[in-house]
Write a protein that binds this ligand. Structure first.
Ligand code: DAH
Length: 350
């Protein structure tokens, strides 16, 4: 039979059926009969491909119009039969006895959680929290911190330039400069934030990570103040039996400089782990018993002069730590890339 005729027939038989419908259930059955997967309209549509190409468009259009008009008629009739029938007919097919879908609740990312913990410890020691921009001037990121253009230590830092003079900061240290330019001593601040380096990602490196910087400047601020503040921090962060070790190091903005290690939280600084009857080297600290967590030192007088502070009158200490590093030590995470993969199974463990 000609498909157009078929469409006409479906139309008249649907109209007659809908006219005769008496209940919401009748309406539902007719919807299935005419518009369902095995209904005549689906059937017509599936046969469009057998028509000569020039007839397909028009016939398809007729079939779709019919579908819409049957749906409209069904709704109209359901309305006519009364609200109860309409409600039955339009009711979503939901089994209300099924248990609900559980919703996942949100939680803080382990990096921000660690950063909050670090900041909380220093807040209690009287440090205020300040922030700086992620796009920084070359001057604040390097020169003002006594890292001249040709200095070799700049290589590891030379980072993503936005234009000739501005770049994505490679450390939070430039906020030392911003803070001192704005305030007179005494200064006691910590600076959490993101930093960027041209590093190729691997288990220990990523091109973006987080740091917390610290700066304290005043009269009579000494290296022993630095030692006591950082030892207290280590105990609060990693446990009260944590020991700290200061190793001589070099940073252009501090003099003298020190790298700070904490006793390994896994082997308790022993470097060895007892496993069953055997002893084996602790893999977290590589058997040394120590984990490096930050760089620090006494603020280089040149830096104080760069911001107009009297370097004869004032002294200060500074430190900077990697938040990922602290979180990796604290939660025993062995790959820094996990933090940015957005993997719910990883993130939900903290
Ligand atoms: N800015 C250094 C870095 O990113 C870390 C650092 C070391 C900060 C010593 C300091 C400091 O304030 O005194 O590697």
């Amino acid at each position: 039979m000609d498909i157009k005729k078929e469409i006409d027939q479906i139309k008249s038989s649907a109209e007659a059926d809908i006219n005769a419908a008496k209940t919401g259930a009748d309406i539902d059955n007719l919807r299935v009969k005419y518009l369902g997967k095995k209904g005549p309209i689906k059937d017509v549509l599936s046969r469009l491909g057998t028509l000569p190409p020039e007839q397909r468009g028009e016939t398809g259009k007729l079939a779709n119009e019919l579908k819409n008009s049957i749906e409209a008629l069904l709704q109209e009739k359901a309305g006519f039969l009364g609200p109860a029938a309409a409600a039955v007919s339009a009711a979503p097919k939901v089994d209300i006895s099924l248990p609900g879908k559980p919703y996942r609740t949100g939680f803080r990312h382990p990096i921000y959680r660690t950063m909050d913990e670090i900041c909380a410890v220093f807040s209690k020691l009287g440090f205020s929290i300040v922030y700086g921009p992620e796009i920084e001037t070359e001057f604040n990121n390097f020169e003002a911190l006594n890292i001249p253009l040709q200095h070799p230590s700049r290589d590891a830092f030379d980072t993503f330039y936005v234009d000739n003079k501005n770049l994505l900061r490679s450390h939070t240290s430039p906020v030392q400069i911003r803070t001192m330019l704005k305030t007179k001593p005494p200064v006691r601040v910590i600076v959490p934030g993101k930093v960027y380096r041209p590093d190729t990602p691997d288990a220990r490196h990523f091109y973006m990570f987080h740091q917390v910087e610290g700066l304290m400047v005043g009269e009579d601020v000494t290296f022993s103040d630095l030692k006591s503040v950082l030892s207290m921090f280590a105990q609060k962060m990693f446990g009260s039996s944590t020991k700290t070790r200061f190793r001589p190091s070099f940073f252009p903005f501090t003099e003298p400089s020190a790298e700070v290690d904490v006793s390994c939280i896994i082997c308790n600084g022993k470097g060895i782990l007892q496993q069953a009857e055997k002893e084996k080297a602790c893999s977290t600290c590589g058997g040394s018993g120590w984990l490096e967590i930050l760089g620090s030192g006494m603020v280089n007088p040149k830096v104080l002069q760069n911001v107009g502070y009297d370097s004869e009158k004032y002294t200060g200490f500074a430190f900077g730590m990697g938040v990922e590093r602290v979180a990796m030590v604290k939660y025993q995470i062995d790959d820094i890339r996990l933090f940015t993969e957005n993997n719910y199974r990883f993130l939900s463990q903290f």
